[in-house]
Design a protein around this ligand. Structure first.
Ligand SMILES: Nc1ncnc2c1ncn2[C@@H]1O[C@H](COP(=O)(O)OP(=O)(O)OP(=O)(O)O)[C@@H](O)[C@H]1O
Ligand SMILES: [Mg+2]
Length: 231
C-alpha cells in the first residue's frame, strides 16, 4: 500500500469541502474525477499538505503524514503538480528543471537527460523563459520538474486543462510511460474523464466533496459518472 487516506475531511477556514474520504492508492494510475467544484483540487492540495487536515489521517508508505509540513514531502518521494502556477515564469526552462532537481540525490545530470528524452521539445526551449512557453510546453515543464525529484508518487491536478486534444493524447501517453518505465505511482485529478479512463487503473469519482464511486477502471460504468456530474 502506498497512500492510505482514512476518514479525511478538509476545506478552507471554517468551510468543510471534503467529508469523510477513505481510499488507498497502490502502485497504479489512480484517477480522481468529478464536476467543477467537486473537490479534486482540494483533495490533492490536502494530500500535498498545502491544506490542513480537519479530521482523519493520511499515511504515505506506512508513515503518518497528516501533520507533516509540505516541504518534508519531496525528500519522501512525493511530487505535486498543481493545476495552475506550476512553473516559475521568470526563470528559464533549464533553471526550472534545476530547481526541481535540488534534492540531495546523485545523478542530477542523468535525471535531466531523462526529462529531456521524455520531452525533447524542452531541449529546444531550454534557455527560453518558462512564462513564454505555450500551454502544452508549460505542462511538459511542470511534469519535468516533478520528475527531477525522482518521485515515487506524483499528484497531478488536471494536467490536460487548456491543451489541444492532440496534445492531451501526447501528455497522457507520457504519463503512462512514466508509470510503466519509471514505476511511479500516479494520482491524476481530471475533468477529461474519457482520456483519463484510457490510462487509469482505478477511478474515484467525487461529488460535492464526498465519494460517489470508487472502482476498477475496466468495470467503470460511464452512466454513474454522468450521475455525479448532474447533481
Ligand atoms: N480558497 C478557497 N476558499 C474557499 N472555498 C474554496 C477555495 N477553493 C475552493 N473552494 C471551494 O471548494 C469546493 C471544491 O473546489 P475544488 O477547487 O477542490 O474543486 P475541483 O473539483 O478541483 O474543481 P475544478 O474542476 O473546477 O478544478 C468548491 O465549492 C470551491 O468553491
Ligand atoms: Mg480543480
Amino acid at each position: 500500500m502506498m497512500l492510505n487516506v482514512n476518514g479525511l475531511s478538509s476545506g478552507y477556514g471554517d468551510v468543510t469541502v471534503l467529508e469523510d474520504i477513505t481510499f488507498c492508492v497502490e502502485s497504479e494510475i489512480f484517477t480522481v474525477l468529478g464536476a467543477n467544484g467537486a473537490g479534486k483540487t482540494t483533495l490533492l492540495k490536502t494530500l500535498a499538505k498545502l491544506l490542513p487536515v480537519k479530521s482523519g489521517t493520511v499515511e504515505w508508505r506506512g508513515e503518518t503524514i497528516t501533520d507533516m509540513p509540505p516541504y518534508e514531502l519531496p525528500s519522501r518521494g512525493m511530487a505535486y503538480v498543481p493545476q495552475e502556477g506550476n512553473v516559475f515564469p521568470d526563470l528559464s526552462v533549464a533553471e526550472n528543471l534545476s530547481i526541481g532537481g535540488l534534492l540531495d540525490l546523485p545523478s542530477r545530470e542523468e535525471r535531466l537527460s531523462e526529462v529531456y528524452e521524455l520531452f525533447p521539445r524542452l531541449v529546444d526551449r531550454s534557455e527560453q523563459l518558462a512564462g513564454s512557453l505555450s500551454g502544452g510546453e508549460g505542462q511538459m515543464l511542470a511534469v519535468g520538474r516533478a520528475l527531477m525529484q525522482r518521485p515515487e508518487i506524483i499528484l497531478f491536478d488536471e494536467p490536460s486543462a487548456g491543451l489541444s486534444p492532440q496534445f492531451v493524447d501526447t501528455l497522457f501517453q507520457k504519463i503512462l510511460e512514466i508509470r510503466e518505465k519509471q514505476n511511479v505511482t500516479i494520482v491524476l485529478a481530471e475533468q477529461n474523464a474519457v482520456k483519463a479512463l484510457e490510462i487509469a487503473d482505478r477511478v474515484l469519482v467525487l461529488s460535492l466533496g464526498k465519494i460517489h464511486l470508487l472502482e476498477d477502471a475496466r468495470d467503470f460504468d460511464k452512466n454513474r459518472l454522468m450521475e455525479a456530474y448532474h447533481i
